[in-house]
Design a protein around this ligand. Sequence first.
Ligand SMILES: [Zn+2]
Length: 367
Amino acid sequence: MLSRNPIQSAMLNEACTFSKDDCIRVSCDDKNKINVGTLAVSRYHQIRRFYLEDDQPEYNDHDFPYAGSKIIPSGYLIMETKEKTSRKRSRSEERQKARETNRRSRSHSPITRKDVDNDGSFHNDKYGRMHVTYGRTGPMNIFNRAGMFHSSTAETHANVFHRILSDNKFKGKTVCMIMSDGGPDWSTKSTKTLIYQGRLWRDLNFDYYAVANLAAGHSKENPIEHLWSPLLKQLVSVTLPITLPGEAIPPSEQNISEEEKKRKNIKVFDSAIDQLNCYWNMTHDGFKVKPVKIACVEGVKVYSDHAVMKEFCKSGIKKILGTRAFFLLKHCTRRTNMLEFVKCRDTQCNHCTTNTVRKTKFMDYIG
Ligand SMILES: [Zn+2]
């Protein structure tokens, strides 16, 4: 199964790209936490700048992080396939092309690699098999949260996804495919992942919703992995402040009440995330990187029952069978490294009879 895994995700990527008007492809990953109060990223990152003599950077002797003083970035890359821009042909190239077309129409020769390359939508592999060309870059959303106040869980991802996918630009999309490296928040073996991702499928009315984990050792094939390096490069030599303006000691080390410490830490981390977002306000491969702050004191969330759900998922599959979560189990196919939610044909199913499957190229393909 392990060796089949990259093929499985490649097939899904190709199918989604072939009907790209209906589908969204998202690559997700969390990054190593960003330090606050000491060097944001390790001192071993290479500095690619020139310094004048006697103007070299000065670091502290140690870059031990303060306890709990980290920012957790969660990345969501909306993968797009760039249209191939056609180069204007010269007059001799036009004549050559016309001759080739005439010759082919007379001899009825099959489509060749050269033909499909001109369009850019397809390509041939080394065995001559035709594949749909799919892009691995696109607009990137990074949601930054302070580790002292929020953790990264299946619920936080579901809340962020609900926010991203509710955007008007995704209106009318009927299929969503999520690719991740199978970390604990995304593991397809986890019942919590099944429930939260299933809720998104149900609440956002997708006809087909898949979470594809890359098997162990294949995480480098997750497209988002290639974006972290240029992002971290922006933070070389940067120290995000852990003190309030005018103060020399971090709130956690001050001799003040716990209430006051918390109030000050909220200000410190909200400001540190704002500064981090300024460094990451950039483009990559022509696409915008959009850093978003999750405030230390978060507002109303779509899903906010993580503690209840954690206990519920411990209770075992037999108990789930008699609950409302059974609806999600019924519509889910769980395979190694893959979760798929599809609408059913049961005439008694309220959700699927009210929100019928829309006729699209993708749904025709999967039957
Ligand atoms: Zn149904």
